[in-house]
Structures are given as C-alpha cells and as structure tokens.
Design a protein. Structure first.
Length: 405
C-alpha cells in the first residue's frame, strides 16, 4: 500500500511537467514533435522512478524474509542445544553408555540429520578406539570397528582432535581389512574431550555424498562439548558397576555377581527343564601358605588358581571368587556326570600349578564338591549348602589319603 502514493506522485509529477512543457512549447511556437518528445521523456522518467522504488522495496522484503528465516533457525538450534544441556544435567549419573547414547542420538537427529550414528571410546592402555554404540543404517557393520589411534577417519580425529567433514565412511572398513560394502557415503566425525582428555569420538553418517556442511560441523562440535561430559559420567557409572561385581585381587566375578547370574540361570533352567551345576572349591593349606611365605605369596596363589579355573571352563560359564580361598564354578546345562568330570579336571589342572616362593616352588591343590539343580535343590541357598558339604567331605578324604601315604 505504501508504494502507491509514491507512484501516483511520480506520474502526477510527470504529467504536470508534460503540461508545462506543452504550454511552454505553444508560447514559444515549438514544433509538436518536440512537445511530444518532452512529454514522453518526462513520463518515462516518472515510470522508471516508480519501478526503481518497487524493486528496492522487494529486495528489502526478501532480505527481511531471509533474515527472519536465519534467525528462526539459529533460535531453534539454540533451543535444541539448551534442551540437550538440560538433559545432560538430568542424566549425569545412573545410566549406562548405551542408554546415554540412545538419548543423545535421538536428540541429535533433529539438529544434525544422519542415516547412522556411532560412538567410539578411546583406551589409553591399547591406544585403540572401540565402537561402543551404533544406530541406524549399517549399524552392525559399524559396531565391529576397532581402530588404532591415527588410523582411518575415527583414528585421525582422535589423534588430531579436530572434526572431519564429509569424509568417506568406507575408509574405516578398508583400514580394518574389510571388504564389506556400505551405502553410507559421507561422514562427520567430532572428538569428545573432557577436561583436556580425549575419551572418544562421535560420528554421524549419511547416505548422500557430500551431505554435511560447515554449519553441521560447528553445531555437532557444540553438542559434543555437552555430550562428552554425559558420556564420561556413563563410563564411570559402568566402571563402578563393574567394580562392584568384580573381585579386585583375581579379576573374577564376586559373590554379588554370582547371586545375580545364578538367579537368572536357575530361572531359565526351570523354564527350559534343563540342569545347572555348581562346583564349590577350597584351596588346600591356604593358611599355611600365608603363615609360612606371607600374604603376598597367598595372593599370588589365589590369582594363579583363579586364572587356571577360568581358562578351563566354557566362555558362557562362570568362575567366582566366593570368599577367602573359596571359588565357585557355575555350569549351565550341565548334569551330575558331566559336572563330576569337570570337578576332577579342575582339580588336576590346579595340581599341576607350582607357586614360586623364596625357597623354590610349592604345589597347590583344591578340594571340591558339586550340587545339581533341580535334584539337589531348587534355590541358590540349598545348592550352595549341598556343594559346600560335598566339598568338606572331599577335603577330609584327601587329608586321610595324604596321611595314609
């Protein structure tokens, strides 16, 4: 509406100028041709002035629209980042790495679009980055990736602590010697740093080539600044949980872990109608080892026995340091005959061990007893009581045999 008065004034001005020109031409006896030319030129100038104003107004309107869109986008991004920050404060403890990343990735998808998202955690001990979480397209393929510091996209970002934009995802597979194909075409990888220490990298992938822009990189860098602290807390939480379930001396699961595992196994065996066997073992003459050679020798004895027992059972079975010099092995799907054979095998393996002490080497031995679910009991407590009783019977028989010889 504000353009019309200006146009009207422009045309009115042109018309007035034309009228004056006609009068002046008549008074001065100018030719009609000159009058016409003067009139046309005056009107044309007014018309051009009107068009110029309209163009300027349109440019201003377009610029205001673009600015409004940009500001809206920035405001939306900041709202999302603030929301992520608030989530970070809420879930600072009590979640595993997988649970934390599930939440972070769901929030991230509205900020930086991706076809797949992955978390790689760095180990100072091995100087490797292991994929601990992946979601989206080819997630199973990404989860298999283990990269050395400096290798591939993930390793490069870890070593240089700089983001990598629109890199080729296939590179990490090739570094690992894998020929597995992937539909992912572009990757954006950012470092995760807490208190100056690298804890890993966060990577997003897309099926479109060259998808990620510098704005995506800047936004993901800011998000990683918040997410890194949350992920670090989740790592600490998991480690704390692991420590609470692990015997610090032998590295074997502890009593609490045994209870959780055995509760699950007995429930599963009851549903499936299968058996579960327990072998309770006690290290013979352990007090004499401590009294004669010191507690450090006793600790070494426990570690060596624990390592030998763990190496002699199946990966899905459990070996626990129960208390003091006692160990318990849980054998899933194992009946009495098989459990008794395993008991004798474990005793033979320990008998082959030799503990280095100041005076040379000493031998070791274990007494053992078994109990089988469900025939010896249907609860944790009953099975332990039966196996423990059998272990003491075996210990007495071994002592009697030793004295007789």
């Amino acid at each position: 509406m504000h353009q019309w008065p200006f146009a009207a004034r422009a045309y009115a001005g042109g018309a007035l100028a034309a009228a004056c020109a006609i009068v002046a031409a008549s008074a001065m006896s100018l030719s009609a041709v000159w009058v016409g030319l003067l009139t046309t030129a005056t009107l044309y100038l007014g018309y051009q002035a009107c068009l110029s104003h309209v163009r300027v107004e349109r440019v201003k309107a377009r610029q205001m629209s673009e600015l409004t869109t940009t500001l809206d986008g920035i405001a939306a991004a900041h709202r999302e980042i603030n929301a992520l920050y608030e989530i970070a404060q809420t879930i600072a403890s009590g979640l595993t790495v997988a649970d934390t990343m599930a939440l972070v990735s769901s929030k991230l998808s509205s900020l930086v679009p991706f076809s797949a998202c992955a978390l790689f955690l760095y180990s100072d001990r091995t100087e490797q980055l292991h994929c601990r979480f992946a979601t989206g397209i080819d997630a199973e393929l990404i989860q298999q990736q283990v990269l050395k510091n400096g290798q591939g996209l993930v390793g490069w970002v870890a070593r240089n602590r700089r983001s990598l934009v629109n890199a080729r995802p296939q590179t990490d597979l090739e570094v690992m010697g894998s020929n597995a194909p992937t539909v992912l075409e572009s990757a954006l990888v950012c470092p995760l740093i807490v208190a100056g220490e690298l804890i890993g990298t966060l990577a997003v992938y897309h099926t479109a080539s060259g998808f990620y822009q510098d704005d995506h990189s800047r936004l993901l860098d800011r998000i990683c600044g918040q997410a890194a602290a949350v992920i670090h807390n989740a790592i600490i939480f998991e480690q704390t949980q692991q420590d609470s379930l692990t015997d610090p001396l032998t590295g074997l699961p502890n009593t609490r872990s045994l209870y959780q595992h055995l509760t699950r196994e007995l429930a599963r065996a009851a549903r499936m109608g299968s058996a579960v066997a327990l072998i309770v073992m006690d290290l013979d003459e352990f007090k004499e080892i401590n009294d004669t050679y010191g507690h450090r020798a006793g600790d070494r004895a426990l570690r060596e026995v624990g390592r030998a027992l763990r190496s002699a059972i199946r990966p899905y079975d459990m070996c626990v340091r129960y208390a003091g010099d006692e160990f318990i092995v849980v054998l899933s799907g194992c009946g009495r005959e098989e459990a008794d054979a395993k008991r004798r095998e474990l005793q033979t393996i320990v008998a082959r061990l030799a503990l280095d002490v100041e005076s040379g080497q000493i031998g070791m031995a274990i007494s053992a007893g078994i109990a089988v679910f469900p025939e010896d009991g249907d609860t944790y407590e009953l099975l332990l009581a039966v196996a423990d009783r059998e272990m003491y019977v075996d210990k007495h028989a071994r002592k009697t045999e030793t004295l007789a010889s």
